[in-house]
Design a protein around this ligand. Structure first.
Ligand SMILES: NC(=O)c1ccc[n+]([C@@H]2O[C@H](COP(=O)([O-])OP(=O)(O)OC[C@H]3O[C@@H](n4cnc5c(N)ncnc54)[C@H](OP(=O)(O)O)[C@@H]3O)[C@@H](O)[C@H]2O)c1
Length: 266
């Protein structure tokens, strides 16, 4: 049976780079995101560049039924999903009291509930075959104190890391691994689509990594079955500092290195 990798949020950024790397390794690819025309162009390019099958399904993960639509599409086409990459995401550039409950619900659905739903749907057939890799694109924000804007972003990423741990502790024995990938600042469309491009522009260059580099480490760590992946040495060190340093040191550091995220309420 041919092996497939399903990548959410593969119309740009880290997800697109992961799709290309997995195609180069011989995986057939299923792309999903909202922008259908982009997915169609990417699909054509992947088929011609890597000589693999590449199909797509366009849907909005903020809609409750989207994970089921994706799963039914794979079952109908007999796509054997061996790698599930939960990558789609964005952030809301407002303080907590400025957002509506509907905004927050949609956000949690894309970054959290859809991840759980897709994992729940694809896991049984992976267990049956005793083989499956789940990748969850989390963030170094999972380890940092929550910021004054994007208030649920850090918390949902922390939750996703714990969810990934839970999949490992329950299903490693069935041949399943789950890798929580925690990138730092990465050049993608994330900051412009999340309304924080100005803040991103102020971050010094040495802290901003390319999506190709992040995706390469993420795929390598996932295929090795690592439970956590922190792409680049810079962010490996950053996470150690976050774990041991008192919060006021972190606050001083971000004031200098990433101004804008921690001062909107002051
Ligand atoms: N860039 C960073 O600095 C950074 C750092 C740490 C973690 N991350 C995480 O990395 C992941 C990928 O982000 P990126 O940086 O590669 O940003 P990106 O270039 O903006 O890509 C985000 C992807 O998610 C898709 N998406 C967004 N909302 C969606 C929805 N409602 N339904 C379905 N798909 C949706 C987008 O596609 P459509 O618009 O076509 O739907 C796009 O393909 C996210 O989970 C993000 O939290 C990013």
């Amino acid at each position: 049976m041919e092996k497939f990798a399903l990548i959410t949020g593969s119309s740009s950024g880290i997800g697109l780079e992961i799709a290309k790397i997995l195609a180069a390794k011989g995986y057939n690819i299923i792309l999903t995101a909202r922008r259908k025309e982009r997915l169609q162009k990417i699909s054509k390019a992947i088929i011609s560049d890597y000589n693999v099958n590449c199909d797509l399904i366009s849907c909005d993960l903020s809609e409750k039924n989207a994970p089921n639509q994706i799963y039914d599409f794979c079952v109908k086409n007999n796509y054997n999903v061996e790698i599930l990459v939960n990558n789609a995401g964005y952030a809301i550039p407002s303080t907590f009291i400025e957002t509506s409950m509907e905004d927050e619900e949609k956000f949690l659905r894309v970054l959290g509930i859809s991840v759980i739903a897709l994992t729940k749907l694809f896991l049984p057939s992976m267990i049956e075959k005793k083989k499956g890799n789940i990748m969850i694109i989390s963030s170094v924000a999972a380890f940092a104190p929550p910021s004054s804007i994007q208030s649920l972003y850090g918390p949902i990423k922390t939750f996703m890391n714990r969810f990934s741990d839970s999949i490992n502790s329950n299903y490693n024995k069935h041949g399943i691994t789950s890798t929580a990938v925690c990138p730092g600042f990465t050049y993608t469309e994330f900051h412009s689509s999340s309304g924080v491009q100005k803040e991103m522009d102020r971050v010094p260059g040495f802290l901003k990594k390319t999506a190709e580099r992040v995706a390469k480490e993420a795929v390598s760590d996932t295929l090795k079955g690592k439970s956590i992946s922190i792409p680049t040495k810079t962010y490996k060190v950053f996470v150690i500092i976050l774990k041991v340093a008192p919060i006021f040191i972190f606050s001083l550091l971000v004031k200098v290195l990433a101004p804008g995220r921690y001062d909107k309420n002051k």
